[in-house]
Design a protein around this ligand. Structure first.
Ligand code: ZN
Length: 206
């Protein structure tokens, strides 16, 4: 099988931003680079809580494979070679997919095909990691997008239902009510009243 990361073995420059990420143990950078320390021969994730290295001893690599192939050993503390649990990464890919493709039909079988797992395994793993089933996650994502449109546009319900991937308006209304406790029309009305009141309240404060 081809490894898409093979070309990403280059060493990266130690920018101020990366240096700060190392000093602050910033986990947001964990999937952006790995740093290695020349004096110890060890490579770490940016979030590693070990003592900060001296700046002049630091080398930056695109990923842990690159650091390992430059003969650095993975830190025992932050375990960069086991960066994220593979299943967490897998589920993160699936949630990203759902959040960008919610307008299209999404079935458990299609997700399983796309992400190379059995529907049963995907369902179980997804639920264990996110606390929600894939189907519930898709529905919640669609309803969240619908809420945004209800409150920020005057598009019709059927229009909104379509753009969030639920072409059957009656089903959209049922699902919306099940998740939010209100019909879309009531939700729009209640919340537009609320925002008017807030504005009025705010105005009377001055
Ligand atoms: Zn470490």
């Amino acid at each position: 099988m081809k490894d898409p990361d093979v070309k990403l073995t280059a060493e990266l420059p130690l920018t101020e931003e990366r240096w700060q990420a190392i000093l602050c143990n910033d986990a947001c950078y964990d999937d952006k680079f790995i740093y290695a320390v020349k004096t110890t021969g060890i490579c770490c994730r940016p979030s590693c809580k070990s003592r900060p290295p001296k700046l002049e001893n630091v080398r930056i690599f695109h990923n842990v494979q690159a650091a390992l192939s430059a003969k650095y050993r993975p830190c025992k503390r932050c375990k960069p070679s086991g960066q994220r649990l593979p299943e967490e990464e897998w589920v993160a890919q699936i949630t990203r997919y759902i959040e960008t493709h919610y307008a299209e039909p999404i079935t458990l079988e299609a997700l399983a095909n796309l992400f190379h797992g059995s529907p049963y395994h995907l369902h179980r793993t997804f639920k264990r990691i996110t606390g929600s089933t894939p189907t519930a996650y898709v529905q919640q994502t669609r309803i969240n997008r619908a809420i945004e449109q209800l409150l920020t546009t005057d598009r019709s319900l059927s229009d909104i239902a379509c753009t969030v991937g639920i072409p059957n308006t009656a089903y959209f209304v049922t699902l919306f009510k099940k998740i939010t406790g209100h019909t879309p029309a009531a939700y729009r009305l209640i919340n537009s009243n609320l925002s008017t009141e807030e504005e009025t309240d705010h105005g009377s404060d001055i």
